[in-house]
Design a protein. Structure first.
Length: 369
């Protein structure tokens, strides 16, 4: 019984003569010629192809004779050195392939999808379908965070600054770091210190800077995932010792004054400073010192304040020491190791070295009842 002829190419004249000879010999072929199927790969996923993503492809198939078709998919991933590896195969009309993060330890940069199609008679689509697609790379991320005795974003000299560096990569690539320090112009290499610390428990890496002079110190981090680099930079402002700031007070001074009708305690709860603070640090702290607190009282009828106590955080007043209707002024001023003086006139109830909310002087006024 005559069957379907598998047609591979056009018949040439020599073949026609051979066929004619076969006819004369009494041999006739009456079956249909089998044409090859055709195939195309269509990507149905959208957007950039990234490592770790799943990409979907569909086989667009056609057979002139309506024969059943079989498909065979093969997905390959290639790294930046051109090394490729098979990552997934399939036989369904739709092919899902997971893009690996790396190939043999190096980042994936290309995805190749092969499609082979054949009909039930063994005729295969020519040429085999190949789709080559670039795999995008998301650069690494870097966070640079300094920790130290900063006040208003400024650090003092000769006090350590710990610079914490966190690096990551959305593609889960391995990230390498190149950390560079650019010291202030007047810095002496023999007087400054820049050393890497043991890995922090919370992760990341850390360096310790001991700046020897005022100025701008820059920390630059170059993070590489093997494909792209990200440059992060942080500027540290190192400044001369700043004036301390009175923190919380109890009670808070009232614009209309306070009533002194029972023993009252006026207290400084905290002092903020780059070096000299309250509550006072341990006496053996290598860098920090105690803030200096000075208390003054203006007695009823007096024209000025007289210092009554130092190095204490509170002052107590008893109305029994005064007459009803007396107006008493109580003032606290804060200093540090520099020996600086409060730069305001004696009549000013408050004083700020920087003309802001950082006060070195605060005054209470109390009416005796």
């Amino acid at each position: 019984m005559a069957g379907r002829l598998h047609h591979h190419r056009l018949v040439r004249s020599g073949t026609v003569l051979a066929a004619a000879a076969a006819v004369l010999a009494g041999c006739f072929y009456t079956g249909a010629i089998n044409d090859r199927p055709s195939a195309e790969i269509r990507r149905t996923s959208t957007g950039e192809i990234l490592r770790g993503s799943v990409q979907t492809f569909a086989a667009v198939l056609e057979d002139p004779n309506g024969d059943p078709l079989t498909t065979h998919w093969n997905g390959e991933a290639c790294n930046q050195d051109g090394v490729c590896a098979s990552i997934q195969t399939g036989t369904a009309p739709v092919f899902d392939v997971a893009v690996p993060v790396d190939v043999e330890g190096k980042p994936t940069v290309q995805l190749r999808v092969h499609l082979d199609v054949a009909d039930s008679y063994g005729a295969v689509a020519r040429p085999p379908q190949l789709l080559e697609l670039p795999v995008g790379n998301r650069p690494p991320t870097v966070t640079i965070q300094p920790h130290g005795r900063d006040l208003g974003g400024r650090f003092p000299t000769d006090v350590p600054i710990v610079v914490s560096i966190e690096a990551g990569d959305p593609d889960r690539d391995e990230v390498t770091l190149d950390v560079q320090l650019f010291p202030a112009r007047a810095s002496n290499p023999a007087d400054r210190r820049w050393t890497e610390l043991p890995p922090p428990v919370a992760g990341g890496r850390a360096w310790e800077l001991l700046p020897d002079v005022d100025g701008e110190w820059r920390v630059r981090v170059i993070a590489s995932d093997g494909v792209d680099e990200l440059v992060g930079e942080r500027t540290l402002i190192v400044a001369p010792d700043q004036a301390p700031c009175l923190g919380a007070l109890d009670p808070a001074p009232a614009p209309a004054g306070l009533v002194l009708d029972a023993p009252r305690r006026l207290t400084v709860l905290s002092v903020d400073d780059d070096l000299d603070i309250y509550p006072w640090p341990p006496p053996d702290d290598p860098y920090l010192g105690p803030a200096e607190l000075r208390w003054s009282v203006r007695a009823p009828g007096a024209t000025g304040f007289v210092e009554v106590a130092t190095d204490v955080a509170a002052l107590e007043l008893d109305p029994a020491q005064f007459a009803p209707g007396d107006l008493v002024g109580v003032r606290v001023e804060v200093g540090d190791r520099t020996g600086r003086t409060v730069a305001c006139g004696p009549d000013a109830p408050t004083c700020s070295d920087r003309q802001d909310t950082c006060l070195q002087r605060q005054t209470w006024f109390l009416e005796v009842r």
